[in-house]
Design a protein around this ligand. Structure first.
Ligand code: SF4
Ligand code: SF4
Length: 231
């Protein structure tokens, strides 16, 4: 076994990648390991995410906005950390990338993800204002992280304002009606082209809510994908 290392949490924190989890590859379910392709020579999997608005502010300060400024910034940050403090280690970035990695599955294993009525993960600290940013294979020897234990805030949410806030009634039934959401978002006068009114109405973690610009960027990506798919 290689010598135990200290995870460079502060470097990632400063860069806005302020949610981190280290898994030993051997501890992951086979179904997840199969998604990672060739893991030969790697020992650990690092899951990076962001919570709140700091990452967006870092991206704005660091780069000229391109088509994928957050991904570009995230990849650059990982390469910088591995070229500096982790120069003795090798890594391979699996996500962002083409491989179909189960981000929410990893989020569940890390304790980050609890389901919400609008299908975005939620937890009691960040609300729904976090996202997965990178999955990295590494030959590091960090102490594996212990999953955070935060229960879902939804069972204690009496009024559930997110359900009434959805103009498409996509949250009215027992299960999220993705078809209703997509049909509504495609409308030219949709109020959900660049936001999700249900998500914004949730009171949990409101202090971490994305800015209008970050919401516009995030939902603009999914709107583009919807428009391409339903051309
Ligand atoms: S408004 Fe209530 S039910 Fe809806 S996501 Fe937030 S906590 Fe959960
Ligand atoms: S994006 Fe709009 S239509 Fe879709 S779930 Fe959110 S509030 Fe409902």
């Amino acid at each position: 076994m290689s010598k135990q290392q200290t995870f460079p949490a502060a470097l990632f924190d400063q860069a806005g990648l302020n949610r981190q989890h280290v898994f030993d590859l051997a501890s992951l379910p086979a179904a997840i390991r199969e998604q990672l392709d060739d893991t030969n020579g790697f020992r650990q999997l690092i899951l990076l995410g962001h919570g709140g608005t700091q990452l967006w502010e870092c991206v704005q300060a660091a780069t000229q906005p391109g088509e994928h400024p957050i991904d570009d910034y995230t990849v650059e940050t990982i390469h910088t950390v591995f070229a500096g403090q982790l120069a003795a280690n090798r890594c391979r970035i699996v996500y962002p990338g083409e491989a179909p990695v189960g981000l929410q599955q990893l989020g569940m294993l890390a304790g980050w993800h609890q389901p919400s009525p609008f299908m975005v993960g939620i937890d009691s600290a960040w609300g729904s204002w976090f996202a997965y940013r990178a999955v990295v294979l590494a030959d590091t020897g960090f102490l594996p992280f212990v999953p955070v234990h935060r229960s879902s805030p939804c069972p204690d949410c009496i009024d559930q304002p997110c359900r009434a806030a959805c103009p498409a009634a996509a949250l009215a039934g027992e299960h999220f009606a993705l078809d209703k959401c997509i049909a509504y978002r495609r409308q030219p006068d949709s109020a959900c082209q660049y936001t999700c009114l249900a998500r914004v109405s949730c009171p949990v973690g409101r202090e971490h809510r994305y800015s209008e610009a970050q919401l516009r960027h995030t939902y603009g990506i999914s709107l583009r994908m919807i428009r391409q798919h339903y051309r």
